[in-house]
Design a binder for this molecule. Structure first.
Ligand code: NOJ
Length: 595
C-alpha cells in the first residue's frame, strides 16, 4: 500500500511570489548554531525496535545492530525510552534502579557498546529520565514501607494520613492520570495499635509512587544520576513529566480528571484553564530544579563547545504555550516537546496559528522550538489524521471504534511530516513513522499492557496500539524484529507490506520520502532557517519560505483545500504525494527551492 509519487524536476510557474518583505515569523540562526537547535531526533522505544535475543521484547544489542539504519535515514540523534531496571508496570517508566539496565534490555556493558557504536556512526544519544516517581520496587520506597510512618525514609515520598472518620479514605480527591484515585493505602492498619495505614501519592500507577522534590536527598540523587549517565557519554536527557515534580503546598483539593493533555479537537469554544491551575502540574517551583540540572549539564562541557552541549528536553503537557517557554529559558532546559503542534487538528488556520505561536514563544526565550507528531503515548499520526476531523483524539483505537481511513491518514501524515521537517527548529520522529506505520487497532484485550487499561476497568484502551514491534523485513519471522517470531504485542497484517525492505529504494515510498526530506533539510539548512509567510495563497494552503543563512530559499507548502494549488517557480525538492498537472493536490505538501 505504498503511495507512489513522481518528483517532477521541471520548472513550475505560478503567481505566488516570495516577497522578502512578507511577515517574518522567525529569524534564522547563525551557521554555527548548536546541534540541538536544529537536530532531528528519532525516538526508539526499546521494547519494540529490535530484539537480538529473540525473547519477543526488544533490547539494547538489537538497537546497536540496527543503528546504521538511522545513519542512512539521516537523523542526528536518538532518544531511547527507559531501559532501566524496572518491574515494567508502566513499560519501564517505573524505575527501580536508575543506574542499571533491566535484564530484559541487556546490561550496562550493552549500553556502553550502544553509545560507542552511535558515536562511530555520528549519532547522538539522549536517554529518558523519570524524576517524578520511582517504581514501588525502588530501594528507597521499600525502605519507606519498612520504616513506617514518621520516618525519614517516608519523607522522600509523599505519604499522608487518610481522611474520613476511619482514615480509610484517600487524603484528598486527586485522580491518577491512569484513572482511579491518585493515592494508594500501604496497609490495612495495625490491629495492635488501631493505627490505619498511610497513603502515598501516585499520579500515575500505584506502582509509581511520586517522589517528594522538597527533599534535599531527592535533589542530590538526581544530580548524581545525571552525572552517572553523562560520564557514560550520553548527549542529553528527555525529562519525563517535567511539569509534575512540585505539588502545591497543602495538596489542595482538585476534582478535575487528571490528564496529560485534553482531547479537545480545537473546534469551538473551550474554557482556557491554564495547566498550573491544577495543584499537581506546572507549579513554579519546578524551575529551580531545572536550573540546578542545567548547571550539572553545563559542567559536563567545561569548554562550552556547542558541539559538546548536553541537553535537556522537557516532556511537559503545559498550556498556554507561554508557560511552556518558561521551561526553556536560557538557564533551564534546551528544548520542550511541542505538544500543542501534535494535537492541532488537520485545519490550515489552526496549524498556521500554532506554528506562528510556537516560533514566537520559543524565540521570546531564545530557545529553538521543537516539532513532533507521534510518540509512544499517542495514536500514530498516520491513523490519527485518518479519523474524522473534529472528533476528540482517542486514547487508543479498538476494533469496535470508528476506524481511521488508512489512505487519507497516510496521505495527511506524509504531508504533515513534510510540513514539519521544513520548519526551523528541532524535530522528533517516532520509530516506524518513517514507514507510515498505522496504529494497531487489533490488539487483543488479553495482550494489552497499558496500566490505564487495567486501572480504568478495561474501558480506556491506552497506548499499546502505537507500541507494536517494528517491521523490518516482510518475509522474516516477526517481520525481522527478531529470529524467533516472538513479539510482546502482535504485529498487524498491514505492517508486512510496510516493512523497511519493501520500501527501501522504492520511489514514492514513505521511507524514501523521509530520506529525501531529511537529506534536503540538511543540505539546505532548513533546521536553522528563518521563516516567512509566502503570500498569494488562500486560507486552505499553508505556505512558507524557509530562508537559509546561505541565501537559499525553500518554499514549504501544504494544501488542505479541495482545489489544487499552484507551486511557486523553482525546483521541486520533495513532495509528499503526486502532483496534479504540476499543482499541489489536496492533503499534499511540497518543498520548492525558489529561483
Ligand atoms: C510520560 C511517558 O511518556 C509515559 O509513557 C508514562 O506512562 C508517563 N510519563 C509516566 O511516567
Amino acid at each position: 500500500m505504498l503511495v507512489t509519487s513522481t518528483l517532477h524536476t521541471t520548472e513550475t510557474t505560478t503567481s505566488p511570489e516570495h516577497r522578502p518583505d512578507a511577515l517574518l515569523l522567525h529569524a534564522p540562526d547563525g551557521p554555527d548554531a548548536a546541534w540541538w537547535r536544529h537536530a532531528v531526533i528519532y525516538q526508539i522505544y526499546p521494547r519494540s525496535w529490535a530484539d537480538a535475543d529473540g525473547d519477543g521484547v526488544g533490547d539494547l544489542p538489537g538497537i546497536t545492530n540496527r543503528l546504521p539504519y538511522l545513519r542512512d535515514l539521516g537523523v542526528d540523534a536518538v532518544w531511547l525510552s527507559p531501559f532501566y531496571r524496572s518491574p515494567m508496570a508502566d513499560a519501564g517508566y517505573d524505575v527501580a534502579d536508575y543506574r542499571d539496565i533491566d535484564p530484559l534490555f541487556g546490561s550496562l556493558s550493552d549500553a556502553t557498546a550502544l553509545l560507542a557504536r552511535a558515536k562511530e556512526l555520528g549519532l547522538r544519544v539522549i536517554v529518558d529520565l523519570v524524576p517524578n516517581h520511582t517504581s514501588d520496587e525502588h530501594e528507597w520506597f521499600q525502605a519507606a514501607l519498612a520504616a513506617g510512618p514518621g520516618s525519614p525514609e517516608r519523607e522522600r515520598y509523599i505519604f499522608r494520613e487518610g481522611s474520613g472518620p476511619t482514615g480509610d479514605e484517600p487524603p484528598n480527591n486527586w485522580l491518577s492520570v491512569f484513572r482511579g484515585p491518585a493515592w494508594t493505602q500501604v496497609q490495612a492498619g495495625d490491629p495492635a495499635t488501631g493505627a490505619k495505614g498511610q497513603w502515598y501519592l501516585n499520579l500515575f500507577d500505584s506502582k509509581q509512587p511520586d517522589l517528594n522534590w522538597q527533599h534535599p536527598q531527592v535533589r542530590e540523587e538526581f544530580h548524581d544520576i545525571l552525572r552517572f549517565w553523562l560520564a557514560r557519554g550520553v548527549d542529553g536527557f528527555r525529562v519525563d513529566v517535567a511539569h509534575g515534580l512540585v505539588k502545591r503546598a497543602g495538596l489542595p483539593a482538585w476534582d478535575e480528571a487528571s490528564v496529560m493533555i485534553d482531547d479537545h479537537d480545537g473546534a469551538g469554544e473551550r474554557e482556557a484553564i491554564p495547566t498550573n491551575a491544577a495543584p499537581m502540574w506546572d507549579q513554579d517551583g519546578v524551575h529551580e530544579i531545572y536550573r540546578g540540572w542545567r548547571e550539572v549539564l553545563d559542567a559536563a562541557n567545561p569548554a562550552g563547545d556547542p558541539a559538546q552541549d548536553k541537553i535537556l528536553c522537557a516532556e511537559a503537557w503545559v498550556e498556554p504555550i507561554d508557560r511552556l517557554t518558561l521551561y526553556t529559558r536560557r538557564d533551564e532546559m534546551h528544548q520542550a516537546f511541542n505538544f500543542p503542534f501534535l494535537v492541532t487538528p488537520w485545519r490550515a488556520g489552526e496549524l498556521r496559528e500554532v506554528i506562528a505561536q510556537s516560533l514566537r514563544a520559543a524565540d521570546s526565550v531564545g530557545a529553538p522550538t521543537t516539532w513532533v507528531l507521534s510518540n509512544h503515548d499517542v495514536v500514530r499520526h498516520a491513523s490519527r489524521l485518518g479519523l474524522p476531523i473534529g472528533d476528540p483524539r482517542p486514547n487508543g483505537i479498538g476494533p469496535n471504534d470508528t476506524q481511521p481511513d488508512a489512505v487519507v491518514g497516510l496521505r495527511r501524515a506524509r504531508a504533515a511530516t513534510t510540513l514539519m521537517l521544513g520548519l526551523p527548529g528541532s524535530a522528533y520522529l517516532y520509530q516506524g513513522e518513517e514507514l507510515g506505520l498505522p496504529e494497531s487497532t487489533q490488539v487483543p484485550d488479553d495482550a494489552r499492557q497499558d496500566p490505564a487499561w487495567f486501572r480504568s476497568g478495561k474501558t480506556v484502551l491506552g497506548r499499546d496500539g502505537c507500541r507494536i514491534p517494528m517491521a523490518w523485513e516482510a518475509d522474516a519471522p516477526a517481520l525481522g524484529f527478531n529470529d524467533t517470531g516472538a513479539t510482546w504485542l502482535p504485529q498487524p497484517q498491514e505492517y508486512r507490506e510496510l516493512a523497511v525492505d519493501r520500501q527501501t529504494g522504492v520511489p514514492g515510498s514513505t521511507l524514501e520520502l523521509y530520506r529525501t526530506l531529511l537529506g534536503a533539510r540538511r543540505e539546505h539548512d532548513l533546521g536553522t532557517g528563518g521563516l516567512r509567510e509566502l503570500p498569494g495563497y488562500g486560507d486552505d494552503v499553508i505556505a512558507y519560505v524557509n530562508e537559509a543563512h546561505d541565501g537559499s530559499h525553500t518554499a514549504v507548502l501544504v494544501n488542505l483545500g479541495e482545489q489544487p494549488a499552484p507551486l511557486p517557480s523553482g525546483r521541486l525538492v520533495a513532495a509528499s504525494g503526486e502532483l496534479l498537472g504540476g499543482a499541489l493536490p489536496t492533503d499534499t505538501a511540497a518543498w520548492v527551492l525558489l529561483d
